[in-house]
Structures are given as C-alpha cells and as structure tokens.
Design a protein around this ligand. Structure first.
Ligand code: ATP
Length: 233
C-alpha cells in the first residue's frame, strides 16, 4: 500500500527523519511508535503532503506521491487525523462532517455523515456544536470526519491520547472494523497495550531512524527498543 524509500527530512539543521525505509502492507494496522521527537508526526506529514521529503521517495500503490499537495494526496484515498484535534468547534457535528464531503450529493452526504456518527456512538448529537463534546468525543468526530471521503489508507496521530478507556475501546473496535473492510491504518501511539490490541506490526523510530520492526510481542522483547525508552542499562 505504502512504501517509503530512503526518506530524509531536514528542518534547517534538525534531521527529523534520516534515510528511513519502510513498507505498509495492504489491509493491516501498523503501529508507529518511538520516544518524543523521533519523527513519527513528520512521517505522517510527508505521506499526506503537509511537508516535502528532503530526499527519498514515497510510493502509494506504486505511484510516486512525495511532494504532492494535501488535496491531491487526499484524492488518492489517503486520510489523516492530527495530534491536536482540528474539529470546527462553532459548527455542529453534522456540519463538521459535511465539510469533508464536497463531492457527494447533499442528501447522500447527510446520510453518510449520520451513519458514521452513529457508528462511533455520536448519534443524537448531530445538531449540537462540536464545542459541547468531550475531548475524546472530538477525537472520534475528527476520526469519522476523515472517513467521509472513504479513504483506503488512514494515518492517525495519537488517536487515543487523553481519552477515556470507554471511548478508547470504541475507537479500537472501529479500527478493527475498518481493517475488516480492507482498509489500511497507521497509528502513532504511545500506549503499548493499544498497539498490542489492534496492530499486526509495529515500527519503532528513534532520532528519525527505524530501530526495530516486528509484531508487538517482538517489539516489547527487543532490547534496543527497551533502551530507547528507558535508557541503556
Ligand atoms: P512526539 O511524540 O513528541 O509528537 P514525534 O515523534 O512525532 O514526536 P516529530 O514531531 O516528527 O516527532 O519531530 C521530529 C523532530 O523534528 C523534532 O526534533 C522536532 O522538533 C522537529 N520538527 C518537527 N516539525 C518541525 C518543523 N516544522 N520545524 C522545525 N523542526 C521540526
């Protein structure tokens, strides 16, 4: 689904990603983990066109996408969420959903929006302002808003950070349901329980480089990963 080949991203003298190569297989949920500042969000920004690689190539279904604009990437079927939620707080939930669906007929969009909101337990709140939602509900809203364009590949930046165990569970069930429909997901996550619960594989970054890749169980046993998080010795 996605292949990154020798990607480097520099911000001035800061090297956010360094010669990173990785593949995301079709129909899987892959966890992207690593200490703060290791380059996880930079990776999502590059894949979704929010910034351009300094070097290297990105391929989506075999097509070069590195350096393309966000709206072009979105049209290819790639969606994302942000670490800090970006819902429109003064708009209703339904309006939030409809801005993400410009290409459908209005009645079709409304039906899809209502279905998606219901799917994550937000039905009955369609006409409320997004500001009335809890932080976790806003994250759910942003997540399903991303799905309005029916992406095949979704990158989620810390989707469960700061939300209740109940809403986390709801989010994880949604991820599995998407995978069962054939979608591919990349999840940036700090909580290893979440990774173990939904991801087939995890990739670990440190200082912009891949230091490990494998099943969640393999990653947890990996001494390089343990050192990265806890310090050597
Ligand atoms: P966190 O877990 O804290 O969100 P991260 O693994 O997502 O961290 P990034 O946000 O990708 O890490 O940052 C990687 C490095 O690049 C950091 O040193 C960060 O300060 C730097 N960086 C990221 N974006 C920019 C930018 N727009 N300008 C300058 N430096 C940046």
């Amino acid at each position: 689904m996605l292949e990154a080949r020798n990607i480097t991203k520099e911000y001035g003298h800061i090297v956010a990603l360094s010669d990173l190569s990785l593949s995301i297989p079709d129909g899987t949920i892959v966890g992207l983990i690593g200490p703060n500042g290791s380059g996880k969000t930079t990776f999502i920004d590059l894949v979704t066109g929010f910034s351009k690689p300094s070097q290297g190539e990105l391929f989506f279904k075999g097509e070069r996408i590195g350096g393309r604009r966000p709206h072009e990437i979105s049209r290819l079927g790639i969606g994302r969420t942000f670490q800090e939620t970006r819902v429109f707080k003064k708009m209703t939930l339904l309006e939030n959903m409809l801005v993400a669906s410009p290409t459908l007929e209005r009645s079709e969009s409304i039906e899809r929006a209502r279905d998606q909101l219901k799917w994550v337990g937000l039905s009955g709140l369609e006409d409320r302002q997004a500001s009335a939602l809890s932080y976790g509900q806003q994250k759910l809203l942003e997540f399903v808003r991303t799905l309005m364009s029916d992406p095949t590949f979704v990158l989620l930046d810390e989707p469960t950070a700061g939300i209740s165990p109940f809403l986390t569970q709801r989010m994880l069930e949604s991820f599995r349901a998407l995978r069962d429909k054939g979608k591919t997901l990349v999840i940036i996550e700090h909580n290893m329980d979440v990774i173990s619960c939904v991801c087939e594989r995890a990739v670990v970054l440190q200082h912009g480089q891949k230091i490990a890749e494998g099943s969640p169980a393999e990653i947890q046993r990996n001494s390089t990963v343990q050192d990265a998080y806890l310090g050597g010795g």
